[in-house]
Design a protein around this ligand. Sequence first.
Ligand code: GAR
Length: 219
Amino acid sequence: MMRLGVLISGRGSNLQALIEACAEPGFPAEIALVVSNRGEAPGLARATAAKLARTVIPLGDRREFAAAADAALRGAGVDLVCLAGFMRILDVDFVEAWRDRMVNIHPSLLPAFRGLHAQRQALAAGVRFAGCTVHFVRSEIDTGPIIAQGVVPVRPDDDEDTLSARILAVEHRLYPLAVRLIAEGRVRVVGNRTVVEGWQPADFACLGPSPDFLVTTPL
Ligand code: GAR
């Protein structure tokens, strides 16, 4: 079983998706620790309800947070760190220490629309497809080898809320999928890309581009 450490700052709906995935028989990972930088993060209640170990590390100085988070994650025997709506920039040394063992989910088809308000950026750019990306974390924000992407259409009458909701539904499917692939040992980092062994786009409707066309499913 791969042991996950999940870092949150807020709502925690992606944490919830990981909790539910880990509860499924045969899922190859378990959540060892939930870390929040905010004591009032609603996501903490999800950790409590699932009887998970949780800790709050108030983010003061970036290096102090990194040292405390690193100690907590190592103490819990974490193999893979999952950023799930963790909205603070991490210390460079912390990112390096967890290189290829830390993943993030971002609500855009990276490398487009990095940073805050990705869905708003997508609407402003007038793109016809949006989505989400799970990637290994590098020190520059929202960069790093891509593991999986989910695609949704942008509708003419979308606003930030409707588009965000459509993307979020895919996030909740994509994150567990990416974690499963990693936990099964199928993801290899090659330069700034990943190679996923046995990747079958057709197995995952709306969860990746097929060789010939873009697969999307209205959600
Ligand atoms: C999600 O949409 C996630 O992709 C985004 O924050 C939201 C957290 O929601 N993350 C980023 O923008 C990171 N750059 P959640 O707390 O309900 O999982």
